[in-house]
Design a protein around this ligand. Structure first.
Ligand code: GTP
Length: 301
């Protein structure tokens, strides 16, 4: 029986989320650059464990928001946590229960209601084992974690056991990604995210709520350039007009801006082709996946 689901890694900045993710996922899908990982892509990687597919979603660092942008980032982080099937809170062994950790623990129950939440005490290579037990006890008194792991993401201690446990927590069901798509997933996803970002910048409030961008095709060309075909899916005919703009000027501007950024990011020439399509009959599931930046292809388009 296959299993698949989303796992959110949360924790204070510097807790070791990226390091753990790279350990969990391995080399196969960790080609996404750090910049993009932390600012854009919400899906950080896909790991396979036995018959389970683990999709890791990213959340920006959780901290006390001061500026408006910070608040938006924190809201996004909590959004990711509440969408996930399993949430893993990373706490630094050497720092213990900081004010930031307290803040996270306070909000944790509200956003993860009904979801499995595990605790991972990271950087255990930096402290003595006696201290660890005390910390684990204190944290478990503050929140009811389904499981507690003591790990060193950097050295790899405890990571395999944690991945196995996570796999067992995911719902039974088909994999979210076909195996052959996993390898180039990050690039396709980043490309889609870039276009989506340009649409957001251009349309502001006009941006249709339900809008997804999917990279349909990625063709490497002999001259070193690449052709990328993307489809912008909207829910209604009216939305299509908004995205196209008067005489197609919106889509043209978006396409130009996205292409330029892609060229800069990939360091080569890109031919970007955008198409707008109406896809009214989404399954509820597909909405969930597309919110998380996942392509959803099941023939229901
Ligand atoms: N000693 C030790 N250092 C670790 C361990 N895991 C991560 N680190 C270090 O901690 C620092 C932060 O790790 P990251 O993985 O970048 O942390 P992050 O949570 O992704 O940070 P943000 O992107 O700021 O949210 C890096 O210098 C890592 O090398 C560990 O198990 N032991």
């Amino acid at each position: 029986m296959t299993r698949a689901g989303f796992i959110a890694l949360i924790g204070e900045p510097n807790a070791g989320k990226s390091t753990l993710l790279n350990r969990m996922v391995g080399a196969k899908v960790s080609i996404v650059t750090h910049k993009v990982q932390t600012t854009r892509a919400r899906i950080r990687g896909v790991a396979i464990e036995g018959e389970a597919q683990l999709v890791f979603v990213d959340t920006p660092g959780l901290f006390k928001p001061r500026r408006r942008l910070d608040r938006a980032m924190v809201a996004a982080a909590w959004g990711g946590a509440s969408d996930a099937d399993v949430v893993v809170l990373l706490v630094e062994a050497n720092r213990g229960i900081t004010e930031g950790v307290e803040n996270i623990l306070e909000g944790l129950g509200d956003v993860t209601r009904g979801r499995t939440v595990a605790l991972a005490i990271n950087k255990i290579d930096r402290v003595k084992s006696e201290a660890l037990l005390g910390l684990a006890k204190d944290l478990n008194e503050k929140f009811e974690f389904a499981e507690t792991f003591m790990i060193s993401a950097e050295k790899g201690h405890g990571v395999d056991a944690m991945r196995q446990w996570l796999a067992g927590q995911l719902p039974e069901g088909p994999w979210l990604y076909p195996e052959d798509q996993i390898a180039d997933l990050p690039m396709r996803m980043i490309a889609a995210e870039i276009t989506r970002e340009k649409l957001t910048l251009r349309l502001h409030q006009e941006l249709p709520y339900q809008l997804t961008v999917e990279t349909e095709q990625w063709e490497e060309r002999k001259d070193g350039s690449a052709r990328i075909d993307q489809i912008i899916y909207v829910m209604r005919d009216g939305h299509k007009g908004i995205v196209l703009g008067n005489k197609g000027e919106t889509i043209k501007a978006v396409s130009k801006a996205a292409r330029e950024e892609l060229e800069e990011f990939l360091g080569r020439r890109i031919h970007l082709f955008l198409q707008v399509k109406v896809r009214p009959n989404w399954l509820e599931e597909s909405e969930r996946y597309s919110e998380m930046g996942l392509d959803f292809k099941d023939g229901n388009t």
